[in-house]
Design a protein around this ligand. Structure first.
Ligand SMILES: [Zn+2]
Length: 183
């Protein structure tokens, strides 16, 4: 279990399909920006799914960007790190990391601007360190940052940097097609 996030491509709306939908299949565009197909016929539904996932366009599963943001533990770690400054990250807390395994919801385009500002702010965020670590690093900056072994605070920092870069990619993709970020 964990938190996955992606942005659907707009190849269907723009007529940039590699393969048109199979006969008898009329996809619907959903508010999350993805395609669905309503049918009680299992075989037709599978044909739609196969088309959508593998044949429709150049994007795997018709997704522009698809990221695993982290497992439950890593998302909890971000929440913990940012907890005391929650008020500075309302969209991140309210819509992205409110728990580590939400799925089936999405963050609408109207939130992208605020989210982007919050994600930029993550870059200035310093990870909590123990007093000993702060003291050690004050005279030996590389302390605990070795390739083979890293302090927990250093591992947390690396994870936060990775999270920030994935969020940036998701936001850029969402803005480029005017579609939500889905979870
Ligand atoms: Zn596509």
């Amino acid at each position: 279990m964990g938190l996955d996030a992606w942005v659907h491509c707009d190849c269907f709306e723009r007529g940039r399909l590699k393969t048109p939908p199979p006969e008898e299949i009329w996809p619907n565009l959903e508010p999350d920006g993805g395609l669905t197909f309503e049918t009680s016929n299992d075989e037709l539904w599978w044909r739609f799914e196969t088309w959508r996932r593998e044949e429709a366009c150049e994007h795997p599963q018709m997704k522009l960007v698809d990221h695993r943001l982290g497992n439950i533990g890593l998302i909890a770690l971000i929440r913990d790190q940012l907890w005391e400054r929650q008020s500075e990250f309302p969209v991140l807390f309210g819509k992205v990391i409110y728990n580590g395994c939400h799925a089936g919801d999405f963050l609408g385009v109207e939130w992208l601007g605020d989210l982007e500002a919050e994600v930029d702010r993550l870059g200035t965020f310093s990870i909590k360190k123990t007093r000993v670590t702060r003291w050690m690093q004050s005279w030996w900056p590389a302390f605990g940052k070795w390739r083979t072994w890293k302090l927990p605070s250093e591992r947390n920092r690396i994870f936060l940097v990775e999270f920030q870069s994935q969020m940036k990619e998701l936001i850029a993709a969402a803005k480029s097609v005017g579609k939500p970020i889905c979870f």
